[in-house]
Design a protein around this ligand. Structure first.
Ligand code: THU
Length: 138
């Protein structure tokens, strides 16, 4: 089992700010629930937003959008992922800020050792904490 990454406080703030700023560009005309994600690769920060579709099930989440951007830039391993659900009321239950199941599976594949910084939650998480037994193909 490899050790999960850690980030210093300046990097942490930079990632959370990048996720919040990205969320302003979300395409969420149906849910009006804007989400931004910022992925820290080996070199850079890559952002993503949720991109909805009139055929609702085709919606792309912010996390997968940002992970794809990191892959396109061949910027791995991924060290941390920040997520900001800027339309969730601050007093929402923790679940309103957490990545969905599909995104957890993507994180397990592409960012297994990433630290997850989730705005609005009291602490950081590891990917294996959020998805302990992901599907894998040998
Ligand atoms: N959403 C994300 O972007 N990430 C998640 O992990 C959960 C949900 C988006 C999808 C949809 O556009 C909106 O939030 C409401 O579900």
């Amino acid at each position: 089992m490899s050790t999960p990454n850690s980030v210093d406080s300046a990097t942490r703030e930079r990632l959370l700010q990048s996720a919040r700023e990205a969320a302003l560009k979300a395409y969420a005309p149906y849910s009006k629930f804007r989400v931004g994600a910022a992925v820290l690769g080996a070199r850079d920060i890559h952002t993503g937003v949720n991109v909805e579709n009139a055929s609702y099930g085709l919606t792309l989440c912010a996390e997968r959008s940002a992970l794809s951007a990191a892959v396109v830039s061949a910027d791995r391993p991924i060290r941390a992922v920040a997520i900001a659900c800027i339309d969730a009321p601050p007093d929402s239950s923790p679940g309103s800020f957490m990545p969905c199941g599909a995104c957890r599976q993507w994180l397990a594949e592409l960012a297994p050792d990433a630290l997850l910084l989730i705005a609005g939650t009291p602490r950081d998480y590891t990917v294996s904490e959020l998805l302990p037994l992901p599907f894998t193909l040998e």
